[in-house]
Design a protein around this ligand. Structure first.
Ligand code: F3S
Length: 406
């Protein structure tokens, strides 16, 4: 592996202890993946939630901060495990809150933009086509690679911070042209896809793609950005999709043959039957089982989705003893308030939470047994975190389950 003079200076410790350790790890990972060199990145997006990183995360970040580590490129952070403004309402144990606070302080010390959002591409960290970036968070990675045409692997915790500090990544995987070609084809035959269908088709693509890069044909070329966000989140959580090409939609599929002249290894039809089957697979609760909690906002709710929710909720209020929790980024909440969207919903009994989400916060303390959501990612991941049964339904059904007419 070629190592430049500047990278050697890092390895020799001439740029401080944090840079030395970060560079050592990047070079080691690069060697093990057969990378020929390190390449510069324009941004990073790191993980910072205590629910996944635990004490090891605190120790690692603490070591880097002590060694003088600071972000060399604009860097944002994924949601935290705690909403610091509302932790008591959400019954977060104080010691858990304290440990997340330690992580947050270390993230601050590294000079990370405290976005606490899994949709960094909506604000503060917006890459351009062809940019090399080092992002963690599978749904954001799928969006950045596919919808924007930036380049990143699914960067794991640890390596994400090393990349942020050095501004470099080893060049392998999706940084290389040859690995970005499509190799499996999905033909969508449904022409009237709903919001939920985008989550579900994403999950089908994720589950059936294996390590292939999927190409999707048959999707409305005017599909909204929100639907692409949810599609990618479904694909990334049901499988390991980090890049997809959507014919007539995503840039690399629009500029050239996404298969690069090769034939797909398989062609898979996705129609109403397959979508319904996947919905059934994702739902684990019996249809009439009592619901404890309904949650929206995975990926974190966009302003447009908030507007849509406010419209659908008119004339309704949350049922007694029901929990209806909606997650979004802090700036979305602030703009939602400015637009007068938040206040009526709060009055109707909706609980908003910012900078965290149902999957990575300690929801388990509530002892819920049945959660309903309109997100394939949330439905796929929450059961393993919180030991609950899941109902996976569209937004209207979620609202019906959580609320009554006034
Ligand atoms: Fe975001 Fe949490 Fe879902 S980090 S993608 S809202 S699991």
């Amino acid at each position: 592996m070629i190592v430049s003079d500047e990278e050697k200076a890092c390895l020799d410790g001439r740029r401080g202890d944090a840079n030395r350790l970060a560079m050592e790890l990047l070079v080691e990972v690069g060697r093990s993946f057969g990378a020929a060199r390190l390449i510069p990145i324009t941004s990073a997006h790191i993980l910072g939630h205590f629910g996944s990183l635990h004490q090891a995360g605190i120790d690692f970040l603490g070591h880097l901060v002590k060694g003088g580590g600071r972000c060399a490129v604009p860097t944002t952070v994924d949601p935290s495990s705690v909403d610091f403004d509302r932790w008591e309402r959400f019954r977060v144990p104080a010691d858990y809150r304290d440990r997340q606070k330690k992580l947050a302080d270390l993230v601050d010390a590294l000079g990370v933009i405290p976005s606490w959002s899994c949709t960094p591409y909506c604000a503060f960290n917006v890459p351009r086509f062809g940019d090399n970036i080092a992002w963690a968070e599978s749904s954001a990675v799928a969006f950045a690679n596919s919808v924007i045409g930036a380049r990143t692997n699914r960067t794991p915790f640890g390596l994400d911070v090393c990349a942020a500090i050095t501004g470099k990544v080893p060049e392998f995987g999706l940084y290389c042209d040859e690995n970005r070609k499509g190799s499996i084809l999905f033909e969508v035959t449904v022409t009237d896809m709903s919001d939920l269908d985008y989550h579900t088709v994403g999950a089908i693509v994720g589950r059936r793609s294996g390590f292939h890069v999927p190409v999707i044909k048959g999707v409305d070329p005017h599909v909204s950005t929100d639907r692409l966000r949810t599609f990618g989140a479904g694909a990334a959580s049901a499988g390991s999709v980090a890049l997809y090409h959507m014919m007539g939609v995503t840039p690399e599929a629009s500029m050239a043959d996404p298969f690069g002249g090769r034939k797909p290894v398989e062609t898979i039809a996705v129609g109403r039957k397959e979508i319904e089957a996947m919905e059934e697979t994702i739902t684990t609760a019996p249809r009439d089982a009592a619901i404890d909690m309904v949650t929206l906002g995975c990926p974190l709710l966009s302003l447009q989705e908030l507007k849509d929710l406010a419209g659908r909720m008119q004339g309704r209020r949350v049922k007694e003893k029901m929990h209806f929790w909606v997650y979004m980024a802090e700036e979305t909440y602030r703009h939602g308030k400015g637009l007068g969207l938040i206040q009526p919903l709060e009055k109707a009994g909706v609980w908003f939470s910012t900078g965290t989400c149902a999957t990575i916060s300690p929801v388990k303390v509530w002892g819920f047994s049945h959660v309903m959501t309109n997100s394939a990612k949330c439905a796929l991941v929450v059961p393993s975190e919180h030991d609950v049964a899941i109902s996976y339904r569209d937004t209207d059904e979620c609202i019906l389950a959580a609320t009554d007419p006034v």
